[in-house]
Design a protein around this ligand. Structure first.
Ligand code: FES
Length: 146
């Protein structure tokens, strides 16, 4: 049911932990399943390149695997490029997820957006295309479900 890459990132998740004095921190949750994700970003102020990214989650295996891959993908990218790391891009990099687990990958994407938003707020920056994150990502899903 899960690809080898998903199993690998679930069993050996990359970038788990916290970043002290992070440039941006984002926390999001899904009220439906109760899972929570926190993303930490270390960003170079001159170049706006993401030097490091870590995550902590109280979430399911698919949330762990997608966050592990998402944090790998945003490292080394600029804040603008990081916006292109969507949940779809993460799922592709993992060779897919079962349809019932697609919503789990949104936690990572929204967590990264929330951390970028936090960074932008602290530095009085506007990151083009970045919208104010929601704390509960399940609101959006409900619209899609019905
Ligand atoms: Fe909640 Fe996967 S079931 S994030």
């Amino acid at each position: 049911m899960y690809s080898e890459k998903v199993m690998d990132h679930f069993q050996n998740p990359r970038n788990v932990g916290e970043i002290e004095n992070a440039s941006g921190v984002g926390t999001v949750g899904n009220a439906k399943c109760g899972d929570i994700m926190r993303i930490y970003l270390d960003i170079d102020d001159e170049t706006q390149v993401i030097r490091d990214c870590k995550f902590k989650t109280f979430g399911c295996g698919a949330a762990v695997a997608t966050s592990s891959m998402a944090t790998e993908l945003v490292k080394g990218k600029t804040v603008q490029e990081a916006l292109l790391v969507t949940n779809k891009a993460v799922m592709e990099a993992l060779d897919g997820l079962p349809p019932v687990k697609v919503h789990c990958s949104l936690l990572a994407e929204e967590g990264i957006h929330a951390a970028l938003w936090d960074y932008a707020q602290k530095h009085n920056l506007v990151i083009e295309g970045l919208q104010q994150p929601k704390s509960d990502i399940s609101e959006e899903e409900e619209e899609e479900d019905y």
